[in-house]
Design a protein around this ligand. Sequence first.
Ligand code: SAH
Length: 353
Amino acid sequence: MTAPADLAGRFRRLISATGPIGVAAYMGEANAHYYAARDPLGAAGDFVTAPEISQMFGELVGLWCADLWDRAGRPAAAWVELGPGRGTLTADALRAMRAAGLTPPVHFVEASPALRAEQARAVPAAAWHDDPASLPADVPLLVIANEFFDALPVRQLVRTESGWRERVVVPEGDRFACAAGTVPMDAAIGAAWAEEPAGTIAETRPAAQAVMADLAARIAAQGGAVLAIDYGYDTPRTGSTLQAVRGHRKVDPFEAPGTADLTALVDFSALRGAAGNSAVHAWGPVGQGRWLEALGLGQRAAALAAARPRRAADVAAARRRLADPAEMGELFRVLALTAPTWPAPAGFSAEAR
Ligand code: SAH
């Protein structure tokens, strides 16, 4: 395990030996270091996610799966979570699914040794995978990804006076900075953005596209569903959305790599498009708030408040944080894929593809 100071040094040596590195390589390496050694979640960590705000989130995700599975004829199915953090979502979902008669084996796709240890405390019976390739191939999969795709590396391209170039990372004093690479990259940009003004940045996310295409092909063949929840946007747009968060504050993504959480907004049209070669149905994206309320967030909050009146204000606050359009309700989007032979999922309006 390389210490963060060594990671900056390693980037410097690599760049001086072989030339500038792409933004995706920088982000991927920095996050691998960041997650490998720590649990970044919670008030004492760097950021808070929906399952850590309230048990209601994981419970409703579990009930969404149980309902879909029930209407699909209750086949033997496996539960999969990508990047499960502390394992909280799965633990809450398992409890809700058990009440509905669904007790699937649990598979976690997780790169971080530190977080695998946390997840083992929450869900001792889980099986761990380095990537989706080793997931079961013979049963329907119920796949959940909450704030997973936003942590996967983005590649950036920048428009210069002489066309599109890779956006690369170079040392600048004791930090790093971005510059335009030398190789023409116009072929990597769609016609719609060919003539954007100099300085325009475009983001793509090859790793996320590959995971989504792989999972779509899996559920097309095996049955099941994929549920991706993340902060992002529905229609393609330009601009860098790369950000770094440490101790609940935004910091410079190009300073001290490996010591802050690097994320970028998820382009849901691209994620949905990545599934396009498979015969799956795609649903959404819709706002997280609308989706949770359609699944019964209000009723669940009322039941929890009635069971523990002294916690009623906390439950109401958690519901607002998860669903209010001014909080997570609109910025966080929900996209689902379902197998061609499976029914329509709850929480989305009728239109599918
Ligand atoms: N889903 C959790 C955690 C989100 S943080 C929650 O909502 O609380 C991102 C998670 O993805 C962490 O568990 C991190 O270790 C994992 N992760 C990031 N990049 C990964 C990669 N390339 N492969 C596997 N897991 C990854």
